[in-house]
Design a protein around this ligand. Structure first.
Ligand SMILES: C[S@@+](CC[C@H](N)C(=O)[O-])C[C@H]1O[C@@H](n2cnc3c(N)ncnc32)[C@H](O)[C@@H]1O
Length: 329
């Protein structure tokens, strides 16, 4: 079949001229495989930087390659996807013609060696840094990015209730990752602080209300949080039942609270009504509220924390509520 030419003859000639140079073909061949800097290309082709840079400039000016800055280096790549069909066909033809040539095979072998050596350097860095990596990671990049990564696992259509939200710390953390956060507390001072903290976050609604009579519709939340709240509840079972009410079938309740302790001075100082919980107690209360416990565990003590240790408990509202079988069945 004869294809109708779409490229102007002068454009075609200019492209052919550009490809009619062995150094430029060698460069394109490597840049088709990956993005590379001038230094790596010089080593792979064993050519001086001035030569490589000159040819890269021609290739970039003629639209075959693009460059971007990374730190102090310029990285180049072949713009294959963005070339029109004719240019791509021309390149494919040139590439096939020279594919087996020893010069190209050696370029590729040198590049492979170079990259393998680089990988080895990275491996050696981590082998040496293993003992200090946790501290270094924290020093270099701060403490928050792991939490951000994990929060981004949340389904973005979720509505989450932050029950007893206090100053709104959990709501602030969650807001960028879910559709809606409903933050509830009954303390006007806490609510004021939560309101301020979440003012710029769309999707957060701060509501005044009691944990025993939540201002939230039944079965409207995908998840609910009770963080450091149950130890303040005179009747935690009622709070759990109310939390269960607002969960959709399959929705999850996450509790973090104090492990049972014997520091009555601490309890009084913090205005708490209970001395914390045993995992078994939370499981029993969750079951009484119609929730199925999924997992619970003591959390490892934080090195600088002065309060009693914490525990985590996760329960879910069953997807299918049990129905009472008719008499006789
Ligand atoms: C220790 S703070 C924890 C705040 C927040 N969850 C956090 O992790 O930082 C306990 C919060 O629960 C709220 N609270 C306690 N009992 C409550 C109740 N019956 N109804 C609504 N809020 C309550 C308090 O006002 C307080 O803001």
């Amino acid at each position: 079949m004869i294809r109708t030419p779409t490229t102007q003859p002068e454009t075609l000639v200019a492209r052919m001229e550009c490809l009619a140079d062995p150094t430029r073909l060698r460069l394109l061949r490597l840049l088709q495989q990956r993005e590379l800097g001038v230094a790596d290309l010089c080593r792979a082709l064993q050519l001086p930087q001035s030569t490589v840079s000159r040819h890269l400039k021609i290739l970039t000016d003629r639209g075959w390659t693009v460059t971007r800055r990374q730190g102090t280096a310029n990285l180049y790549r072949l713009l294959l996807d963005e070339l029109d069909d004719d240019a791509r066909r021309l390149w494919e033809l040139a590439r096939q013609e020279v594919a087996e040539s020893p010069v190209f095979v050696q370029d590729e072998a040198r590049l492979r060696q170079l990259l393998a050596a680089r990988e080895n350097e990275a491996r050696q860095f981590f082998a040496g840094a293993a003992a200090t990596w946790s501290r270094l990671r924290h020093e270099l990049y701060g403490p928050n990015f792991t939490q951000a990564a994990l929060l981004s696992l949340l389904p973005e259509h979720w509505t989450v209730a932050d029950l007893g939200c206090g100053t709104g710390e959990a709501s602030v953390a969650l807001a960028p990752y879910v559709r809606q956060v409903i933050a509830v507390d009954d303390s006007p001072e806490m609510l004021e602080a939560a309101q301020q903290a979440t003012a710029d976050l769309p999707g957060v609604e701060v509501r005044q209300g009691l944990l025993t009579d939540l201002p939230i519709k039944p079965q409207s939340c995908d998840a609910a949080l009770l963080l450091l709240v149950l130890t303040y509840a005179p009747d935690p079972a009622v709070v759990l039942a109310e939390s269960a009410r607002i969960l959709k079938p399959g929705g999850r309740l996450v509790i973090v609270d104090l492990q049972r302790h014997d520091r009555d001075d601490f309890r009084r100082q913090m205005g708490q009504t209970s001395m914390g919980f045993e995992p078994r107690q939370l499981k029993e209360m969750a079951a009484a509220a119609g929730l199925k416990s999924l997992h619970g565990r003591p959390l490892p003590p934080e090195p600088d924390a002065t309060g009693p240790s914490l525990l985590l408990h996760v329960a879910a509202r069953p997807v299918l509520q049990k129905t009472t079988p008719p008499d006789g069945n």
